[in-house]
Design a protein around this ligand. Structure first.
Ligand code: HEM
Length: 123
């Protein structure tokens, strides 16, 4: 039986740890940090948890995403193509550090690419 991307990524704990690591990298990136200014720790944990649920569901895991529509959430932030590429570079760094195989990394990147137009508002 074919295994889900969720399983091949290492399941819930691995996805949670990857998102935590990505958030740390994004907040330490002078370019991306501005988007999270003004969010307290509890708000950041809420965003983190919703991201975990979204990725868990999208990769075939046993989660149900209860957050807002992804396009509505990011609308008005002015996220541009450079921001997007910076986030993707951090994501690859995180997935490498978790030793995720290239084939799985490609699937993750394809998934994210499918929502790029909902998040990026300008070149
Ligand atoms: C450069 C890329 C990105 C930036 C700068 C960014 C920034 C943000 C910020 C600042 C929030 C908080 C919004 C609020 O509380 O009102 C947020 C929420 C969220 N983001 Fe992103 N984001 C990015 C990419 C992504 C991607 C690729 C995904 C998932 C595929 C994602 C999923 C979410 C989710 C699920 C939430 C919470 C939704 C909710 O509150 O209901 N984001 N993002």
């Amino acid at each position: 039986m074919a295994t889900t991307l969720y399983e091949r990524m290492g399941g819930y704990d691995a996805i949670s740890a990857s998102i935590d690591a990505l958030m740390v990298r994004m907040e330490n990136d002078g370019h991306l940090a501005k988007y999270f200014v003004g969010h307290g720790n509890d708000s950041k944990m809420r965003i983190r948890q919703l991201q975990v649920e979204m990725i868990c569901q999208a990769t075939g895991g046993p989660c149900f995403y209860l957050g807002r529509d992804i396009k509505i959430v990011h609308k008005g932030m002015g996220i541009n193509g450079v921001d997007w590429q910076a986030m993707i570079t951090h994501l690859i760094g995180v997935l490498d550090s978790f030793h995720l195989q290239d084939s799985e990394q490609k699937e993750v990147l394809k998934l994210l690419n499918s929502v790029k137009n909902d998040i990026v508002e300008m070149p």
